[in-house]
Unconditional design. Structure first.
Length: 476
């Protein structure tokens, strides 16, 4: 009998220190302090000192998400990662944000392996990153396959995927499983595809024992079992760790125990890591101390149709430009901001890409089609067609829709500025960045102004922001 403990983290998005996290209590959002690298580092050290056979694996979106990481193109976090005790990781879609060469440079600095079987060098048909690793432990061999987000080239700005080719990874995963079979006791897939895709993959590919899922920020409290494969995911923002304790008998998984661990304030900090994070944050003390406004509402992104954090963004866009509508991408990242004072650093956490503002004219028909396409990316019946984050965020729009209607037929009612949409009329839209309305890039007029400055100006004018409680995007 052999025992193995797998610790999973995923989608940390630069949440380096103790921060507010949202939990639901009696149908209302409640904030609690959680997370951060000092507590995680100590937890991992303690487990590894007390237990044989521990693997600590990261599911991606490690190098992007807060101001220190974005300003340094990921380099600021390297001293912390060198002391984290990780045994391997797979890049997420945001880890490609600084381009192929920068990711390769970051990977070279890491003391642990980087794996992904479904991203290749363009024109060379060779893996950009090694597809899998074999970890030799005490009386045990574990094969760990990496699978990154398959749609970086379709959903992210073009600079993310330049020089690289991505695939869904089903055949590549199957090939890796075939190569590992007979050589290892356990096969683990470390994935950044998202929970729906990972569950589907488990049904399509035999022989995977465990899928450590990432990308969709799901807090899985009980493993999902599909085709004899356990699928788990550990939330996001360094707020949680997944702890999977496995018992193997004669090279087969006989029993397991799983816990989603909320890293709250009761967990002790690692002093060395606390010092590293303090040094990392110090250059940004100005932004951390610069109060730019107040919010009466908890700002969060924990709801699918619309969310207060994004309403701040789109209200600010609509305020800045004489437009009919404002849109923002349906991102999942960004730790909650409590009611009270907001800092410039908070704004960079809300929208770390700080995209450039644009305006765009679009007919009602084209807008309707773009919204239907977005709904398909969120709600498609085929998990491999689910390519979005959440629903596009908006101000000036009312939409009711049926999420499980056929593609192109979900929208039931669409109002712009309180009036029924006119399919022939042209509407002026305010937005920001190349990720939003990717197909309309040629029609965008960029304004040389960036989102954070627009939101700062909005807060300066309004003083206090309060989210509208009346729903504008309804699933019926």
């Amino acid at each position: 009998m052999t025992k193995l403990t797998i610790i999973q983290q995923n989608d940390t998005h630069g949440s380096l220190e103790l921060h507010h996290e949202l939990f639901w209590k009696e149908n209302q959002p409640e904030l609690r302090k959680t997370g951060g690298f000092p507590r995680i580092a100590r937890y991992i050290k303690d487990i590894k000192s007390q237990t044989d056979n521990v693997l600590f694996l990261d599911g991606g979106d490690l190098f992007h998400g807060t101001l220190p990481l974005v300003a340094s193109k990921g380099e600021a976090i390297l001293p912390a990662l060198k002391k984290m005790g990780l045994d391997g990781w797979v890049p997420g879609n945001w880890d490609f944000a600084y381009g192929k060469e920068q990711l390769a440079s970051l990977v070279k600095e890491l003391p642990f392996p980087t794996i992904a079987c479904n991203v290749k060098e363009e024109n060379e048909n060779q893996s950009f990153i090694k597809p899998y690793i074999i970890k030799e432990l005490k009386g045990l061999k574990v094969g760990v396959i990496g699978l990154t987000y398959p749609y970086v080239d379709e959903t992210m700005p073009a600079s993310f995927s330049k020089g690289l080719v991505f695939s869904k990874g089903v055949e590549e995963t199957r090939q890796c499983v075939d190569e590992l079979k007979g050589n290892v006791d356990l096969i683990v897939l470390l994935s950044h595809m998202g929970l729906p895709l990972d569950v589907e993959l488990a049904a399509l590919v035999d022989g995977i024992d465990i899928i450590l899922s990432g990308h969709s920020h799901d807090r899985i409290e009980e493993p999902i079992t599909v085709n004899d494969t356990l699928v788990v995911q550990a939330g996001s923002s360094a707020s949680f760790l997944g702890k999977l304790e496995i018992t193997l008998e004669s090279g087969k998984m006989e029993d397991y125990r799983y816990e989603l661990v909320a890293i709250d304030e009761s967990f002790p900090e690692d002093e060395e890591m606390s010092g590293i994070i303090a040094d990392l944050l110090e250059p940004f003390s100005k932004e951390r101390g610069n109060i730019v406004g107040r919010t009466e509402s908890i700002l969060h992104r924990m709801t699918l149709n619309e969310a207060p954090m994004d309403q701040l963004i789109t209200d600010a866009y609509l305020n800045a430009y004489d437009s009919d509508l404002a849109f923002s991408h349906g991102w999942r990242y960004g730790t909650p901001v409590p009611a009270g004072d907001m800092t410039e650093y908070d704004l960079h956490t809300i929208i770390p890409t700080n995209p450039e503002m644009f305006t765009l004219e679009m007919t009602g028909e084209r807008l309707m089609n773009a919204l239907e396409k977005n709904l398909e990316m969120v709600f498609s019946r085929d998990p491999f067609k689910q390519k979005g984050g959440y629903i596009l965020r908006s101000s000036g729009l009312f939409m009711s829709f049926k999420p499980y209607n056929p593609e192109g037929n979900r929208i039931q009612k669409l109002l712009v500025g309180g009036q029924e949409i006119d399919l022939k009329k042209k509407y002026k839209i305010a937005g920001a960045g190349k990720q939003l309305f990717k197909g309309a890039e040629a029609d965008k007029t960029y304004h040389g102004v960036h989102a954070v400055d627009v939101i700062k100006q909005f807060l300066k004018e309004k003083g206090t922001f309060k989210a509208d409680q009346e729903p504008k995007i309804l699933s019926t």
